[in-house]
Design a protein around this ligand. Sequence first.
Ligand SMILES: Cc1ncc(COP(=O)(O)O)c(C=O)c1O
Length: 412
Amino acid sequence: MKEKAIQTPIPGGCMGYLSIGKEELAIATELLTEPEKLWRYRENSYTTRFEQAACALTGAKHALFVNSGTSALSCCLAALAIGPGDEVIVSAYTYIATASACIEVGAVPIPCEIDESLGLDPAEIEKRITPYTKAVILTHMQGVPGRVDAVRAVAKKHGLYMIEDCCQAIGARYHGQYCGVGSDAFAWSLNYFKNITCGEGGCFFTSDDDAYARGYYQSDPAGVMWDNGIGDGSSAPYFTRAGYRASELCGGVAFAQLQKLEGNLVVTRGLKKYLISRLNEPKHYRLQYVDDPEGDCGVSFAMIANSKEECKALTEALAKEGLTVGSAYSAAFPDRHIFTYWEGIVKHQGATPKNYPWNDPAYKGTADYSANACPRTLDILSRSLRLSLNQAMSERNMEEIAEAINRADASF
Ligand SMILES: Cc1ncc(COP(=O)(O)O)c(C=O)c1O
């Protein structure tokens, strides 16, 4: 028997930047050699073409490319007129930006427990609904679609808006439909780590004309001045606020990246299915629950150990097999994807000594970010072992990873 299951180097990296090539370079070169083309609102700009292609791909009516995923989330919230005095229920396991977007518009984020889908637990949402709750944001973590139908049922029952944070899950589907498109608004991030990237970027989507106009006003302080047609036909009153206007250079790279998305997803989806097919019946762990495996991007793989002790033993046994993984929640790394590490937020610390939005006179609720607010999330994450997958990996890599897991699971 081989001393270690892992014999072949496992290629690292993220789907988006691994596929940057001559197509992105050609557009960037064109824009820099003809700099008069750099205006994002010019007719037929690459940014506009990205938005049109993203609408065609997702089925959303409107897309607005902006400078980041955080900005795209702020557009979603502003689009739905969410602000001071409002609470927004967010996953206790999501990047801090989901919560900071709420703060940006003056609303208070309320963390909610996850379940073994590693996404929002629909049963726990209801417990956090107050007279101030306006919306729920479902984050699809690590390319895995969350429990969309069940979360939507709760939102509908209580008359809440539903927003989907698809920043980590561009390309994820739910029952055949692109994640986000069935909700009031949704957001993508195109930062360095994402399934498609232009360095930094984001996209706000909605199918409602007024919401689109409002999201646009949020994004550009002189929105009505640019003769770009955005917001035409909407009666939403104009307002001026933030500056998230995107760079056409990023829009161009994003446009090229979008053409590569579905091809890359075929590879990662195939790799993840193959990996799972090679696993023995688990003894010490369960696989992350995935509501719709067909829609999973296949860019991550997670196992949830039955206990913390088994998690530790599995981690050690996997290391002996040449596979380094750590639990998602540990004291070793203050991961900003976990609510207890949302620095500033946990202390209700605002940008000024008034500490808005928590001390805003418009806000009548109480927001708890202590570990007691979502203990099950911390428990699940302290037992979760996660691997990232990408299209540069091979079937051989999957065979060896599966062998490492099978051997580690059988070793104690
Ligand atoms: C779940 C989630 N939401 C929001 C964001 C914010 O995106 P950006 O970094 O582009 O602002 C990220 C980015 O890492 C994310 O992972």
